[in-house]
Every structure is written in C-alpha cells, then in structure tokens.
Design a protein around this ligand. Structure first.
Ligand SMILES: Nc1ncnc2c1ncn2[C@@H]1O[C@H](COP(=O)(O)OP(=O)(O)O)[C@@H](O)[C@H]1O
Ligand SMILES: [Mg+2]
Length: 270
C-alpha cells in the first residue's frame, strides 16, 4: 500500500469568536492522501472546500481533530514549528494576480522563494533552475523580465505552478485554479499539472466545483456538503455509480461529457 502523506481526522473549523457564537463550517472531516495520489475535493459553493484546504495547510486553526503530515502531527504547531514544513506544502491559487506581487518581475517571483528556502546556492543557480522550470511549464524566457499584469491569465497560472513546483514540495493544494480560464486553456493547465505531479511524484488536492475538472485529473474524489464529507471513493466508481443522492444531483446538474483523450494531450507551448 502507498505511504500515507497527509491525514485529517475529525477536523472542525469555526470562524469568528467561539464564545461569542462563531460559525462552525467544518463538522468533523476525515481525509487521507497517499504519496503520489491526486484527490479531488468537490461540492457546491460554500460547502467548505477552501476551508478544508486551508486547514490542511494550517492556514486556519482547527477547533477539533488531528492533522498529520508525513510522520508529524501538525494540528497545533506554531508558526515557527511550521516553518520547515511550509516549503513541503505548497498552494496554487484561483487568482494568481492576487498572489503574485504586481511590482515584482517574474524572475523575482520565482527566484526569491528559491533563495529564501535555501534551495538555490546563489542567483546564478536560481536562474538556471528557473529557466529549466519555465521550459517545463511551457513559458518562454522573455517572461522573466515582465510583471504579472503583462501576462495572460493562462501564463500567470503557469507562473503560479512553476513557483510551487520549484520548491520541490511533497503536497500541492490547487484551489479552483482553472475557474477563470477558457476551456482550452483549462485543459492545457490541467495537463501541465498532471504531468508535473507524475514526474515529481507530487501528492495533490485539487479543489473544484466543476466535476468535469475533477474527473479529468483525480484518482479519488471527496464530495463535500455543508461542511461534511458526503461521499468518497475512486473517481471511476463515484462517477459511474454515485452512492449519495447529493452526488447524483451534482452530476446531473453539470453536463458531463465523456473525457476526450485528445483533450488531455501534452500542453501546447504558450
Ligand atoms: N473568513 C471567514 N469568516 C467567516 N465565514 C467564512 C470565512 N470563510 C468562509 N466562510 C464561510 O464558511 C463556509 C464555507 O466556505 P468555503 O470554505 O469558502 O467554501 P467553498 O470553498 O466550498 O465555497 C461558507 O458558509 C462561508 O461563508
Ligand atoms: Mg472555495
């Protein structure tokens, strides 16, 4: 059996002050992810997908339950204790404009974290790693001198992916990362991520409200509803024979074409 990388047991998250009647939005969620595995987290808006993702990365505090990463229980580690783990758990956001510093060049955006985390020995080493990764994500080296707003949405998403992958993480959380893109760019970005996760042996949690996106990339799927796991299982079985009425509704609500193999070819260079 594949080695377990990330595990959550019974986690609860409450927003706001609990004594003043905060709002509980996760009600005891279990989730596990093996090394090299990609899970999809799906559910309608407000079901708690982003909160779950942020809890796994320890970006929001949990009020109950336990989170393990590798051999470590990380549920209540403070910032200092989390620091060495931060590089190993990366996140790619829905809106790269909000996560990429608008005043920095792509060279800085990709290079600074490499130097900060000590993965590159010096600027020349960083530059070499960056150029190799740009090539891998299908971006030309001319983007290095540009700022985020000078790139297209698809190019920015590739920069976000490159930035995460350069840090050689074990786990990547991708939250609605193709939602703002047109369908053909979506396919290219998904392919890219699929190829990278295979090549680098990454474990990924892929959050989307779109079942066709989940179906294209995931081994296993977790269906969220009102802060709970409604259903969980192999992608193939859940899509072929959903057990819960809610999952069936989600499936019915979205036109779900057969996955087209040509749709999942290697991305065209940008
Ligand atoms: N920072 C916050 N403060 C208070 N409530 C929040 C906050 N973030 C999310 N929520 C609420 O938590 C619930 C789950 O939200 P979220 O995790 O963003 O769901 P999803 O990603 O599935 O759309 C929603 O009811 C949302 O309104
Ligand atoms: Mg969300």
């Amino acid at each position: 059996m594949a080695e377990l990388l990330l595990e959550a047991r019974g986690i609860e998250v409450t927003y706001g002050n609990r004594r003043k009647g905060g709002v509980k939005v996760l009600h005891g969620v279990d989730l596990h992810l093996a090394r090299g595995e990609t899970i999809g987290i799906v559910g309608e808006s407000g079901s708690g997908k982003t909160t779950l993702g942020r809890a796994l990365l320890r970006l929001v505090d949990v009020s109950a339950g336990e989170i393990r990463f590798g051999r470590q229980v990380i549920t209540h580690l403070d910032d200092r204790a989390m620091r060495p783990l931060r590089r190993r758990m990366q996140m790619i956001f829905q809106d790269p404009m909000a996560s990429l510093n608008p005043r920095h060049s792509i060279r800085q955006i990709l290079g600074d974290p490499l130097l900060f985390h000590g993965l590159a020995r010096n600027a020349a080493d960083a530059e070499e790693r960056i150029r190799r990764m740009l090539d891998r994500v299908g971006l030309a080296a001319v983007v290095l001198g540009r700022n985020p707003h000078e790139l297209s949405g698809g190019q920015r998403q590739r920069v976000g992916i490159a930035r995460a992958a350069l840090l050689e993480p074990e786990f990547v959380l991708a939250d609605e990362i193709v939602s703002g893109l047109d369908v053909s760019t979506q396919a290219q970005v998904l392919n890219l991520l699929k190829g990278l996760s295979r090549d680098l042996g990454l474990s990924m949690a892929f959050i989307s409200h779109d079942l066709s996106v989940i179906r294209a990339v995931c081994d296993r799927v977790v269906v969220m509803r009102n802060g709970r796991v409604e259903e969980e299982g192999d992608c193939a079985s859940v899509f072929a024979a959903p057990q819960s009425a809610y999952t069936r509704l989600l499936l019915d609500a979205i036109p779900l074409p057969e996955v087209d193999d040509t749709w999942l070819k290697e991305p065209a260079p940008a």
